[in-house]
Design a protein around this ligand. Sequence first.
Ligand SMILES: [Zn+2]
Length: 97
Amino acid sequence: MTARNRYTAAALAVLFAAALILSAAFTAHSASHECCGEGCAVCETVSQCAALLAGAAAAVFTAAAVSVSRKICMRIGAVRQAERRSTPVSEKVLLLN
Ligand SMILES: [Zn+2]
């Protein structure tokens, strides 16, 4: 990964975190607004913020699940490779009893 890609990724992560924090803050701030009923702009914005937060939660959960499953697969592969290495045939042990 080049330095430019790292900076871009860091900037996008900061913007995403800011969007999440501001969405949560706006949702909490607007929880008790004076609703004008159907077509309320505040309710529509709160709905969009809730959708953003739900999508972010799903993305974080998916990323965590992929990371954990990748680590489990790598661990299983390492164990299998270690088991393969330690056979008497692979060690060329003479069984003369
Ligand atoms: Zn409203």
